[in-house]
Design a protein around this ligand. Structure first.
Ligand code: SF4
Ligand code: SF4
Ligand code: SF4
Length: 275
């Protein structure tokens, strides 16, 4: 019974993803969804299992399992544009498939349950950025978050323009947009990480997907909470947080609360087990 309680979270995650996998498989009559969401669910559940077993690199294992699968298999081999342009493309074509479903599950409705878990465990951009040397920001946060709205609008305008101009073979363009877009993301992300001495600078200022992720994760069911009885206000949790979240504040309005990527660095480092 105790073992079941200890591993309740990975079991729950597995069950949620399996429910999505089976529902989509049966409703869309496509075996791919069963494989896709089962694979992602098993990867995440494995990561949480490893975390509970105190394996240091548990999160990185999930990032690599899910991130590489999406980038290499879905993106390069299957030719799906899983970037935001791909989402707009499928939305305009009215097809509830691939990128639209991916966005609905991982980035629009999923965050109501697991917040920005996508950013901590699955994103293939952050998968690379997290290997850079500035795991903890070395400089104060800048007020540059407004840039994300420009990149968000630019992606929408780009795809809308292709449709309005009636450009032929948009699907092919989407494939190239995925390749080039990823190269640009990696280039800008790495340059910003070194310029701001912060691996996650791209996430904080540029990434257009945060326009979906931030408001939805405000309501997230899974959150790191602080036990005020145990907390001695040492400030270590904030010092190790890659996203500058004030996790000692339990309110939804905590400083940078919608930036939390559930990486658990604060939990691992709290000397009083208050988180
Ligand atoms: S903010 Fe954007 S780039 Fe960063 S992890 Fe999230 S989705 Fe990926
Ligand atoms: S690290 Fe723990 S004890 Fe220190 S401020 Fe954060 S929650 Fe409180
Ligand atoms: S260190 Fe804690 S508060 Fe900061 S992003 Fe990770 S889980 Fe969230």
């Amino acid at each position: 019974m105790n073992t079941l309680k200890k591993y309740l979270h990975p079991i729950l995650i597995f069950v949620i993803f399996e429910a999505v996998a089976i529902t989509l498989w049966l409703t869309k009559h496509n075996l791919f969804y069963l494989f896709n969401f089962s694979y992602i669910g098993i990867s995440i559940a494995l990561g949480i299992f490893l975390y509970i077993r105190k394996y240091k690199h548990a999160r990185r294992v999930v990032q690599l399992l899910v991130g590489l699968y999406m980038l290499v298999y879905l993106g390069f081999i299957k030719g799906e544009n899983m970037q935001i342009e791909g989402f707009w493309y499928y939305l305009f074509t009215g097809v509830f498939e691939a990128a639209t479903i991916h966005y609905a599950v991982a980035k629009i409705f999923g965050p109501l349950i697991f917040g920005r878990g996508w950013c901590g465990y699955a994103c293939w951009t952050a998968m690379v950025l997290d290997f850079l040397p500035y795991k903890v920001p070395q400089k104060p946060r800048k007020k540059l978050g407004w840039i994300r709205y420009i990149t968000f609008a630019a992606s929408l305008i780009f795809v809308a323009a292709l449709f309005l101009a009636k450009v032929g073979n948009i699907e092919r363009i989407m494939f190239w947009a995925f390749l080039i877009g990823n190269l640009v993301y990696y280039g800008v992300g790495i340059a910003l990480a070194f310029a701001f001495r912060d691996n996650r600078a791209f996430c904080k200022y540029i990434c257009p997907i945060t326009v979906f992720l931030k408001p939805m994760s405000y309501f997230s069911l899974f959150r790191v909470r602080c036990d005020k009885e145990k907390c001695v206000s040492c400030g270590k949790c904030k010092r190790v947080c890659p996203m500058n979240v004030d996790v000692t504040d339990n309110s939804r309005k905590r400083e940078n609360g919608t930036e939390c990527i559930l990486c658990m660095e604060c939990v691992k480092n709290c000397p009083k087990d208050a988180l």
